[in-house]
Design a protein around this ligand. Structure first.
Ligand code: NAD
Length: 264
């Protein structure tokens, strides 16, 4: 019989998940730990990362926390080197940390444009570069992209530029690091219920209105044939496939977790 559980298991693999303190990163850290990986939950919110690592450990998983800003190249390199020194290597990196700012393109300031690109694009570059330097054959990197790579939407100029750039980086790193036996792929989620998307439920006084949120959610769910939006674990399962042995020949691809709302 084929060992299906074994194909998706990550026993003893060392994994870093950036932006692991919340949302998709938190779910990914939990899923990788459940698959047997030793997970470094990394986030610029160090307390949040510690909370997630403690919760994983309480359920029998292996997790530690690190407070790191992915837009700081030196800090990312230091994180990777520290993990290699402490755990003996790095097998998996999930470049998940990301931020969003909704604003009409004519109103985006140079500072805001830089801020969004620093986290969502440069952060991915720094992570891939640092990991590529230390990973051996069998290394796996997943970059968190977005459905925005496939469509034009209003008020997302800086975010779209960063995610499309990260998609391009995914391909370049896949070609160069692929020759070293390291696979690099992307996941492009459609709307997923997290703190990032809950912002769509805020009124102009900054208060969360469930009705307002549900209205946006239903409109976005209707864009897909399945009529649903994602939960964070839907994205985490896609990451698990890409970093597992089951995905061993997948390289330079973007897995779209979007219920069929685009089929590029
Ligand atoms: N939620 C969605 O609908 C959706 C859709 C497509 C793509 N994404 C992408 O998925 C990823 C995770 O998004 P989410 O919805 O879980 O967001 P979230 O806001 O719930 O969580 C993001 C996490 O990243 C951390 N973070 C932000 N900037 C950081 C930095 N500079 N360094 C380290 N950590 C940082 C935050 O502290 C937070 O814990 C992002 O890259 C986002 O662009 C989300």
């Amino acid at each position: 019989m084929v060992d299906i559980a074994g194909a998706f298991a990550l026993p003893g693999k060392v994994a870093i998940v950036t932006g692991g303190a919340a949302g998709i990163g938190e779910a990914t850290a939990a899923v990788l730990a459940a698959a047997g990986a030793r997970v470094v939950v990394s986030d610029w919110d160090g307390d949040g990362a510690a909370r997630v690592a403690t919760a994983i450990a309480a359920e029998g998983g292996d997790a530690v926390a690190r407070g790191v800003d992915v837009s700081d190249a030196a800090a990312v390199t230091a994180l990777v080197e520290e993990v290699v020194a402490e755990f003996g290597g790095l097998d998996i990196l999930v470049n998940n940390a990301g931020i969003m700012a909704r604003r009409p393109v004519l109103e985006i300031s140079p500072e805001e444009f830089d801020r969004i690109l620093s986290v969502n694009l440069k952060g991915v570059f720094y992570g891939c570069q640092a990991a590529g330097r230390v990973m051996g054959r069998g290394g796996r990197i997943v970059n968190m992209l977005s459905e925005i790579i496939d469509r034009g939407t209003a008020e997302t100029g800086s975010y779209a530029a960063a995610k499309k750039g990260a998609e391009a980086l995914t391909r370049t790193f896949a070609v160069e690091l692929g020759q070293l036996g390291i696979r690099v792929n992307g996941v492009a989620p459609a709307w997923t219920i997290t703190a990032m998307t809950r912002q769509r439920g805020l009124n102009k006084d900054g208060e969360f209105e469930p009705g307002r949120f549900d209205e946006v959610k239903e409109k976005l769910a209707a864009l897909s044939p399945l009529g649903v939006v994602n939960d964070p674990i839907d994205i985490a399962y896609a990451v698990l496939y890409l970093v597992s042995e089951a995905g061993r020949n997948i390289n330079g691809q973007v897995l779209r977790v979007n219920s069929g709302s685009s089929m590029t």
